[in-house]
Design a binder for this molecule. Sequence first.
Ligand code: GTP
Ligand code: SPV
Ligand code: MN
Length: 593
Amino acid sequence: MRFTHVRLNEWVKKMAEMCGPDRVVWVDGSEEEKIRLEKEAFATGELLQLNQKKMPGCVYHRTAPNDVARTEHLTYICTSRKADAGPTNNWMPPKTAYAKARTIFKNAMKGRTMYVIPFSMGPVGSPFSKIGVELTDSIYVVLNMRIMTTIGTPVLKKLGDEGSFTKCLHSKADLDINRRLILHFPEDNTIWSVGSGYGGNVLLGKKCLSLRIASYLGSQEGWMAEHMLIMGVEKPNGHIVYLAAAFPSACGKTNLAMLVPPKGLAKKGYKIWTVGDDIAWMRIDTDGGLWAINPETGFFGVAPGTNSKTNPNAVITSRTNTIFTNVLLKPDKTVWWEGGDGPIPSRGTDWRGRPWKPGLTDENGEIIKGAHPNSRFTAPIGQCPTASFRLQHHHGVPISAIIFGGRRAHVAPLVYESFNWQHGVYVGATMASERTAAQYGAEGEVRRDPMAMLPFCGYNMGDYFRHWLKMGRTMDKPPKIFNVNWFRTDNDGKFLWPGYGENLRVLEWIADRCENTAEAHKTPIGYIPTNRSLDLTGLKLPNGNLEKLLAIDKDVWEKEMNAHEEFFATFGKSLPAELKHELNSQRARFKKA
Ligand code: GTP
Ligand code: SPV
Ligand code: MN
C-alpha cells in the first residue's frame, strides 16, 4: 500500500536520511500493534503500565521536568514575508528555520525507530477532513495520536497514489529546551517539531495542524479552524441547539463540553451532547448556515480539578484505555491529582518521579504538588457517556451560537450577547484572559487572546479578523455571538459563580436567545439577562451575587476599552476598519448611557 504514493515515500526516505533512525516502521493502527508498542515502551520505561484491575488499558507517562506545557516562545510561523505571520506570532524565514532545525534533527533518531503515522483529522472521507503524516521517534506520540485521531491503513488507503497531506516531522532529540523548536511552514504545508515530548508540541495533528496550518488553509479555502469546544444542548422539547465556544487553554472547554445538568434543569428535561472539547472546523453548508466538526477523536484534558463532582463524565471517560501524563502515581499503580477523587494519598511518586507525601515543601517553602498543574489524560471520545451521535457525521452539526470567554476576575459579566456578527467579532478580537499553567509564563497575568487563538493563529491575525468578518457576510444565517465569564470574583478573590454544571443555566439563556424566547436588557456592551430570564431554581446563590455577576462598571470598561485601542494599534494597517468602528460605537453607547 505505502509504496504507491511516490511523493510520500520519497519524503519519508529523505527525512529518515536526515534523522538517522535504526529502522523505519509504518504504523497500521491495529490493536496488535498497540499492544506491541506498549510492551516495548514498558521495557524502556517510556511508559508504565497502571493497575490493570482498577484501570484496564491505562498507562502512565512522565515528561522531562522542563517539558510540561506548550513552549510558545519557541513556536514559529515561517512564511517568506514577515507580514504574513503578523504581529502576534514569532517569525523566522523558512530557509533559516529549516537550516536551524536541520542541525538538531541531524542523526537525532540514532538508535531509535522512526514511526510513520498517517492520520486523518476529521472522519475519513468527509469534505471537512485533512490528512497528515507524522514521523516521530516517540512511542508515546504514536499511542496518543492513536486516541486523538484516526491513524493507519484506512488513512493511507484514502491518500491513494497522490493525495495531499501535511508533512509533520517530530523528534524528541535530546529534550533540551535550548534545542527545542516548533516550526510551521504554511506555504509548504509542513510542520517540524524538535526537542520536546509534551502534548501540544508533539501531537502534531492537534494545535500545529488543526489550528495553525488549518487556520491558514481555512482563510485560503473559505472555512474556519477554531480553538472551540462543540456541544449540543438538548431542550425539553427535544430540539438540540449546538454551540461552539472559544475559551483560552485551561479555561473550561473540556468541562463545559460534557457538563452534567444540575438537578433543577435535568428535571426540566435538559441533556448535553458532547461533540468536541478543543477544536472546531466550521464550514458554510448549502443551507447558508455554519456547520462544525471536531477533527479529533479523543480528549487531551487537564487532570487537576477533574473529579466526580466537577466533571463526572471526564472521570468515566478516562477510567479505561487512557494515557495519564505527569499525574501522581500511587503505590497501588493507580493515579491521583490535586482536586481529584478520593482522599489525598498518604504517599506516592510525584510527576517528577520523586517520593511524595502531602505537605512536602521545596527550598522556597512552596508546597510540592503531586501532579503537575498541566498534567493531562488522553482518552477516546467514544468512551464519554455524553458522546454525540453525530461525531462521525461528515457534515457535523449546525451551530446556533458562538461563545467567547476567558478568566476575568473583574470587567466581564457572567454573560452578554453581542448586537450582531460584526460586533461579536469585536468582542472576540478583544478577549482577554489571565494566564494559566497550560503555557510557559507568569500565571495570572492578563493577556489579550483574540478568539482564544493568540497562540494558534497560523497567519496575520489582522487578516484573521478580516476572514471572520467575511465569513459573517457570506452566511445567510450567521450564529449569534455571546461572551461568558465563569471566573468573576468578589473582593476576597472568591468566585461569585459556582460554575461547572451550573453553567447550563447560562447556556439555557443563550439557547433561548437563539430561538428568541428569552428576555434581555440592552447595555452598552450588548444584551444581558434580566433577573427573571435566568433560571436559578435550586441554586443557592448568595444574596447580591447575581447583581455583581451582571454588573457593568463604566469606569472599569473605560479602562478596558483603552486597552482594546492599544491592542488594536499593534496591528497597524492590517486591522480591519470595522473593528475600530465597533470600538468607537461602543464608546459612544457608554457616553449616552
Ligand atoms: P485546554 O485543554 O488547555 O484547552 O483547557 P480547557 O479549556 O479544556 O479547560 P478545562 O475544561 O480542562 O478546565 C481547566 C481548569 O478550569 C480546570 O482546573 C477546571 O477545574 C477549571 N474550570 C472549568 N470550568 C470551570 C468553571 O465553570 N468555574 C471554575 N471556577 N473553574 C472551572
Ligand atoms: C491547550 O493548551 O490549549 C491544550 C493542550 O489543549 S495542548 O495540546 O498542549 O495544546
Ligand atoms: Mn486547548
